[in-house]
Design a protein around this ligand. Structure first.
Ligand code: TRP
Length: 461
């Protein structure tokens, strides 16, 4: 039986354009605006950024194409898609474990992602009320410190964000998501450009460009390389089946290569714009440091908004847009699990969303406490991490589970699948293009991931 004739059971995007919007909505999120600047700062800038960009191009784009292709061919949740494709390619059913690991990774990621989105929610109100109209960096730092050391508040915001996410998931991703992305993503881009315009005139833009784009390889630790690669997966939503799931709704006639490249460029652009907005502020205030950690944007952006005309309004809007960006990402983190519960257990979407949401909400408490009474420090390949379980969850998912999932997806698409099938499904139309993809997916992506992971265990380097 050819998988090609599968009908999608959860419905289909109305066009390729809607898929691009949804996948971009999934990719662009806290990873771009919150995480990229703080890890770039933590790992010393330029060299880290360069490795991240190379990973996006050489590993991210080919694996995104593979995920979309597998999803569209399988037309089910990642667990069942991998099982069905393994079977039709004459391979062992164990390949469905890619889907299981993805479900676990999605749960872990959303458990902390939602807590951080909760910080952004809190900042919407703080900015709107004028509480953040302060131009002194120590006060801004203290306001952030008070928020994260208040578990009740964090729990309340985490709860609000989880409810928001599960409502959209319960209704089905295709309703509502489209409008949110079509309108609000361009708005986010415009505000980022406003911030960059402001940064450009602040007198410290050159320093920021230098920091982000002049590689200093002496700063490159094993942890930096692993984190840069892990972030390429994280920011593109790869390695856990999210894009595979979205691909399963993709119409038959859409070009997978063009789509994947467009999404990756948009996502990378947003991250770089965010970095260029934030580092000039860091360098303008001697009390701020590039390596400030997860609080970086919350300790810098308010300072820019407090100084610019209309800053209270723009600041409020900006945090609203960060929440929306996080919202359209968080949905994709649970969609594979929810779709699987609907497929295999005949659950309604609503019940599936409730159970999944409750489990993740509970797990989120560990992250909440990581910023106060459960905080502990540890050394991660040369970098001191200060927020215990939160950092461990982040390292486990972004730096280990996603690259591993991505490597297995690459091996499946490149080695387990018949060339005729992948060529047919990708339909690149140009033989050289297909051969480049095949080379990247068979050799480059799996080998690079493997080397970096060996590095984690101290086997090399
Ligand atoms: N890419 C999103 C961001 O950058 C986060 C995200 C959404 C994600 N879905 C994912 C990360 C799936 C890994 C896997 O904020």
């Amino acid at each position: 039986m050819s998988e090609k004739n599968n009908k999608p059971i959860h419905g289909q995007w109305s066009s390729r354009w809607v898929f691009i919007l949804a996948a971009t909505g999934s990719a662009v999120g806290l990873g771009n605006i919150w995480k990229f600047p703080y890890i770039a700062g933590e790992y010393g800038g330029g060299a880290f950024v360069l490795i991240y960009l190379v990973c996006v191009a050489a590993i991210g784009i080919p694996i995104m194409m593979a995920e979309v292709m597998l999803g569209r061919r399988g037309r089910r949740s990642p667990i069942n898609t991998m099982r069905a494709l393994a079977k039709s390619e004459g391979r062992h059913g164990i390949w469905s474990w890619i889907g299981w690991m993805g479900v676990a990774a999605g749960f872990f990621i959303l458990s902390y992602y939602s807590v951080i989105a909760g910080w952004a929610l809190a900042y919407v109100f703080r900015t709107a009320s004028g509480a953040l109209q302060v131009t002194d960096s120590v006060t801004v730092k203290n306001i952030f410190g008070e928020l994260v050391s208040d578990p009740e508040k964090l729990l309340a915001w985490h709860t609000v964000f989880m409810v928001m996410t599960m409502i959209v998931v319960a209704r089905g991703v295709k309703h509502g998501l489209e409008k949110a992305v079509r309108l609000l993503m361009p708005a986010l881009l415009i505000l980022l450009l406003v911030l960059d315009g402001y940064a450009l005139n602040s007198g410290h833009f050159g320093e920021a460009v230098d920091f982000l784009f002049t590689p200093d390889f002496s700063k490159l630790t094993g942890g930096a390389v692993l984190t840069a690669m892990g972030h390429a997966f994280f920011t593109l939503s790869l390695g856990m089946g999210a894009i595979m799931m979205y691909g399963s709704y993709l119409p038959e006639d859409a070009s997978i290569a063009t789509t994947s490249i467009t999404i990756s460029i948009a996502d990378t652009g947003v991250a770089l714009l965010a970095g260029l907005a934030i580092f000039p502020i860091v360098f303008a205030f001697p009390e701020l440091e590039a390596g400030a950690g997860p609080g970086l944007i919350f300790q810098t952006l308010p300072l820019a908004f407090a100084q610019m005309p209309g800053g209270q309004f723009f600041g409020t809007l900006f945090f609203v847009l960060i929440v929306v960006a996080a919202w359209t990402s968080s949905i994709s983190l649970v969609e594979p699990a929810v779709a699987w519960l609907v497929e295999n257990h005949g659950m309604s979407r609503i019940m599936a969303a409730v159970w999944v949401g409750l489990a993740i909400w509970t797990l989120g408490i560990a992250t909440i406490m990581s910023f106060s009474s459960w905080a502990f420090e540890f050394n991660f390949l040369g970098t001191v991490k200060q927020n215990g379980i939160f950092d461990l969850l982040d390292i486990l998912t972004a730096n280990i589970m996603l690259p591993l999932g991505g490597m297995l997806i690459a091996i499946f698409a490149g080695w387990m699948m018949k060339v005729k099938h992948s060529k047919d499904e990708l339909a690149i139309g140009n033989e050289t293009g297909y051969q480049i993809w095949l080379f990247l997916i068979k050799f480059v992506a799996p080998v690079l991931v493997f080397i970096v992971i060996l590095n984690l265990f101290g086997v090399i380097g």
